[in-house]
Design a protein around this ligand. Structure first.
Ligand SMILES: *Cc1c(COP(=O)(O)O)cnc(C)c1O
Length: 391
């Protein structure tokens, strides 16, 4: 008999009822150290007092109004994003998938309005993840995600990740945009080298193609910069954001330059819930905290500390781990053992880690994880690796 919850996930036998900082407590009272943060969502940990305060205050005032009206909290969030990034304009969504949909629509509308309606192709990369809508699975193109769901939305071409020559050869007069994650999350914490991102920007500048960055997982402070593309010193034309921006509240956004957004006029896109006062009030607070240079300096200090410990972990357990990957607090361990076994061994140490493709486990802690919790995490990872080696 089919379970009452549609069985699209292989769930661990863990149910949590409380969270505080980097710790989660199960319904039967066990405490787990959380290095998953709801897959890079709880950027400020669980139950951050400032977020609880802003959410409950807004909950007492107004939850939802239609985008038929001005929404001051949405205006505040958009202004903050514009102040702190390349963007001139922002559309607020409820998720990363919705952000992907708008990014795709915006790129096509741009060329349509420029009188080039055949310029519809979007170049994407293997290992990519852009969400689960029909458009987003067509964009990522992986067999696992698209099988059985055809016919797929046409107009995407998947190229080898990080292969600049393949990209150069693939850009034609039909190319509307290039869409890429600066650091792949689901794909196995694979960072695009800065030189690659710069090369993509140059290629887009030469051909007019729009550069769409998917920073749903690597954005909002995760990489050690507010947005990961800042490491390469370039800016995109369109950027998708979600996950960390809501700190746990469902929230996403599409950021764009005035030029890239030029096709988007009244009636060209919309959302019932996107930009609601509750989500935007929380998002604005998250951004205020994370965009502070002092906060980001701490993220980088913690990241260096964690990374150093992980390098020693890998060195002490070559039969379990091969290498450390990633930037900032978007870290991955390439496993020599089977990654799902490593995740299970970590569960046995009351430690939450997240598997990814390419036999990697992801470490995506809260960006404000205390140093003591980093030390505790390293000790539990070490115990788990030792226990796994003994089996
Ligand atoms: C999670 C993710 C998405 C999809 O976001 P949802 O909020 O799950 O719809 C898109 N792109 C990337 C890079 C992601 O990590």
């Amino acid at each position: 008999m089919i379970p009452s919850v549609l069985p699209t996930y292989n769930r661990a036998p863990l149910a949590f009822e409380r969270g505080e900082g980097s710790w989660l407590t199960t319904t039967d009272g066990s405490r787990y150290l959380d290095l998953g943060a709801g897959i890079a969502v709880n950027a400020l940990g669980h139950a951050h007092p400032d977020l609880v305060a802003v959410l409950t205050e807004q909950a007492g005032k107004l939850w939802h109004v239609s985008n038929l009206y001005q929404i001051p909290e949405q205006q505040k969030l958009a202004d903050l994003l514009v102040e702190n990034t390349f963007a001139d304009t922002v559309f607020v969504t409820n998720s990363g998938t919705e952000a992907a949909e708008l990014a795709i629509k915006m790129a096509r509308k741009y060329w349509y309005d420029k009188g080039q309606p055949d310029r519809i192709e979007i170049l994407t990369f293997d290992g990519a993840f852009h969400g689960r809508s029909t458009g987003a699975i067509a964009a990522a193109g992986s067999e696992k995600m698209v099988k059985g769901y055809g016919p797929l939305m046409p107009g995407f071409k998947t190229l080898p990740f990080g292969d600049h020559e393949a990209l150069r050869a693939a850009v034609t007069e039909k190319t509307a945009a290039v869409m890429v994650e600066p650091i792949q999350g689901e794909g196995g914490i694979r960072a695009l080298p800065d030189a690659c991102l710069k090369g993509m920007r140059d290629l887009c500048d030469q051909t007019g193609a729009l550069l769409i960055l998917d920073e749903v997982q690597c954005g909002v402070g995760r990489s050690g910069k507010l947005f990961a593309h800042e490491w390469a010193g370039i800016t995109p034309d369109i950027m998708m954001v979600a996950k960390g921006i809501g700190g746990g509240f469902p929230l996403g956004a599409v950021l764009a330059t005035e030029n890239a957004a030029s096709g988007m006029i009244a009636g060209s896109h919309g959302s019932t819930y996107g930009g609601n006062p509750l989500g935007c009030a929380v998002g604005a607070k998250v951004l205020e905290i994370i965009a502070d240079p002092a906060f980001m300096a701490e993220v980088n200090r913690k990241a260096a500390l964690f990374r150093q410990g992980l390098e020693s972990l890998v060195a002490s357990h070559p039969d379990i781990y091969e290498a450390v990957r990633g930037e900032g607090l978007m870290l991955g361990l390439k496993c020599a053992a089977v990654n799902s076994d490593v995740v299970k061994a970590n569960y046995a140490q009351n430690l939450l880690t997240v598997p990814a493709a390419d036999n990697v486990i992801r470490l995506l802690p809260a960006l404000n994880i205390p140093d003591a919790d980093i030390a505790e995490a390293l000790s539990r990872l070490d115990k788990a690796a030792t226990s796994l080696a003994a089996t």
